[in-house]
Design a protein around this ligand. Structure first.
Ligand SMILES: Cc1cc2nc3c(=O)[nH]c(=O)nc-3n(C[C@H](O)[C@H](O)[C@H](O)COP(=O)(O)OP(=O)(O)OC[C@H]3O[C@@H](n4cnc5c(N)ncnc54)[C@H](O)[C@@H]3O)c2cc1C
Length: 399
């Protein structure tokens, strides 16, 4: 029997411990918050709520994907929720990847400390010189030399690389193979000779630090043992696809958590802000419509994501791929609209860092770009629908 999600306990933790720390997140670099966050992580462990997505043998709660999705929505109500429970991206994807495809040696060396929360990790796939939306087109090479790979390449937007113990690098291992078999995923310690963190990229006015950052990386003839490869040679693309299925459920439910918090703030502000004595903002019909539209959009989005989570659980990510694409762009759009309305209702206050709205508005604009831009998802779903209706396929260029 699978465990039920302890939603009440998790909600209470977020309310009592995570939300009070948020003003510090707005005022200070993430790195300075790490000691306070570590103390809260210890408390999460003590309450038996650690790593809800992992099986009990790994020290987690053993939740199904739909049950973890419900947890993710609760954690998403605070920007530090997932981090406190050790299920934050990109570590959560790396944990799932190592669990499913790591050798016993890789699990002992890389997965075990990650699961215990002793180290962090990152995932380096996107390159500044190549369109990330074409995932089989990249320049980073891993050349076999005896029992080692020598990796050379340039990556960027490697989230959370600053302070990470290792990265999983997507690199071409056989340039002559068919496009989807060219690359492999290889574990690279961040302190290996030849790995350079060029900079934490300034994103929406903020370079960030530690976990809350996106780095540009260079790999100059970095030598790692062949045993650091995940899965078989040429399986990099297939593993990336596998990682993204449940990953999109995690992100979408986190976004729904953000929507719920933004919605609550919007409603409270509309009910209490007076435009004139005795005249609350919520009496304006336009605000009432924003509230009703937001409620409908968030409720519908939640049901759609949970339905896809159940389908992944039952039939696998490949069978559920249309649904996975639909939720990715649909929920990202709901998130953006709900945040925008909430900011508008708050007026100038919405632009300040006295609420988390502006933080999310900046940090979550990327939702429509990462894990596949909206347009790519829309096109791939529509193409399959059209193909089923008899439209002939066109030859694709992969580069
Ligand atoms: C906040 C954030 C975090 C990220 N974290 C990571 C990470 O940890 N690791 C990592 O490897 N990468 C990461 N990325 C990179 C991300 O995966 C890429 O940005 C994404 O794949 C898009 O690639 P690109 O930026 O090169 O855009 P491009 O491929 O240059 O595309 C630019 C735009 O072109 C349009 N477009 C592209 N393809 C099509 C199409 N087929 N049809 C119509 N329009 C299209 C879209 O509007 C798209 O936004 C992150 C990005 C962001 C913003």
């Amino acid at each position: 029997m699978t465990a039920a999600a302890p939603l009440d306990a998790i909600r209470a933790f977020i309310t009592q411990h995570a939300i009070p720390l948020e003003p510090e997140l707005q005022r200070r670099p993430f790195r300075e918050l790490v000691p306070a966050l570590e103390a809260l992580r210890a408390e999460v462990r003590r309450q038996g709520l650690w790593a809800p997505h992992l099986p009990p043998e790994q020290g987690g709660l053993g939740l199904t994907l739909p049950a973890f999705a419900e947890v993710s929505a609760v954690l998403g109500e605070s920007p530090i929720g997932h981090y406190l429970f050790n299920c934050q991206a990109p570590d959560v994807g790396n944990q799932e990847l190592l669990l499913a495809h790591g050798t016993s040696e890789q699990r002992a060396t890389w997965l075990a400390p990650l699961v215990r929360g002793e180290v962090r990790s990152c995932f380096a796939m996107t390159e500044p010189e190549f369109a990330g939306s074409n995932p089989v087109w990249m320049d980073t090479r891993a050349v076999r030399d005896g029992d080692a790979y020598v990796i050379t390449g340039h990556k960027w937007f490697t989230s959370s690389a600053d302070g990470a113990a290792f990265t999983i690098v997507m690199a071409v291992t056989d340039p002559d193979a068919s496009p989807h078999r060219r690359a492999s995923q290889i574990i690279v310690p961040m302190d290996a000779p030849g790995v350079t963190l060029v900079r934490n990229i300034s994103v929406m006015g903020e370079s960030g630090s530690d976990y809350l950052s996106h780095a540009e990386l260079r790999f100059d003839a970095v030598r790692v043992p062949v045993t650091n490869r995940l899965g078989a040679e040429g399986e990099g693309f297939a593993l990336a696809q596998e990682r993204l299925g449940p990953g999109r459920i995690h992100h979408c439910m986190r976004w729904i958590g953000i929507c719920e918090r933004a919605f609550g703030l919007m409603v409270r502000r509309a009910a209490t802000r007076e435009l004139a004595p005795g005249e609350p903002l919520g009496r304006q019909q336009v605000v009432q419509h924003w509230i009703a539209e937001s409620r409908a959009e968030v409720d519908a989005a939640r049901l759609l994501v949970l339905d896809v989570a159940h389908r992944i659980e039952r039939d696998g990510a490949t069978a559920a791929r249309d649904g996975i694409s639909l939720i990715k762009f649909h929920v990202a759009g709901v998130l953006q609209r709900v945040l925008d309305r909430a900011i508008q209702v708050h007026g100038a206050l919405g632009m300040t860092d006295d609420t988390p709205l502006a933080y999310w508005y900046r940090h979550e604009r990327g939702a429509r770009i990462y894990d596949g831009p909206d347009e790519v998802h829309k096109t791939s779903v529509a193409k399959r629908i059209l193909a089923a209706a008899g439209m002939p396929a066109r030859e694709r260029r992969h580069g």
